[in-house]
Design a protein around this ligand. Sequence first.
Ligand SMILES: [Fe+2]
Length: 308
Amino acid sequence: MEASTATKFTGKIIESSDDVTPAVLEAMAQADNPRLREIAASFVRHMHAFAREVRLTEAEYDIGIDFLNRIGKATHDSHNEGILFADAIGFSTLVCLLNNGKAGATETTAALLGPFWRANSPRTENGGSIVRSPTPGPELFVACEIVDAASKPLANVEVDVWQSSPVGLYENQDDTQTDMNLRGKFTTDAGGRFSFRSVKPAGYPVPADGPVGEMLRAQNRHPYRPAHIHFLGFKPGYKTLITQVSVDDAEHLESDVVFGVTRALVGDYRRRDHGELPAVDVRAPWYTLNYRFVMQTGEAVLPKPPIK
Ligand SMILES: [Fe+2]
């Protein structure tokens, strides 16, 4: 049997505030799992240092515990307040950037998943439309390619696409849209390409009726995200690509409430007033978006859908 590398906990009576941190670290060092030991010890060191740094009062401690409890209570099948909190303090984007683009060393086309991805989007032919019920708004034609780190096109990538409507609502938030409107699942062709027809998305506020909304108001922050389209690329042998491409002239592009806009993910949503129409039923102006994604080799793991 493999010998445990965890230390034996002996324990000690606490004499002063100086004794607390070492006592907790010693108790937690009994964990057999080395990664758990590392994470728990670092978490405790930082939490204790935080309380010391701000000289946390007992009343403030109570507010913090209540805030955490209410995040849990506000979370259910169609809403995830925990992810929203991580997003609103920049933690989701930080973890994303630390884990992509050679651990943050290079630019990445990865971004946070957000709370609106659903499994089982309708399969759609390349070039097909994801407008599944009448959705007035500027016509948008999207053409993307997916390549590997050596710029070689990647065929047979399954790509989920989801976006808000031109009034800023996802279909699951809006009774006027049919189920799965503005969502689709595509497969890249031999050239690594996929394309579809849609309408230009609009920005939207994140749900602000819970504890995260209270935090935003207390900090005089607006709750808005700039307009964007979400993409999720899946292919065995490659790290699942989770990303979103923002509209370059969108309001709040530089003040996204969840800090999801990185330079690499500002798309060229180009207005077209002239030229050959992309479809017979289109009238000028229309918009186009061309974008190239990079997928890294790695394990193809799908995230858990945040909503059903
Ligand atoms: Fe979104």
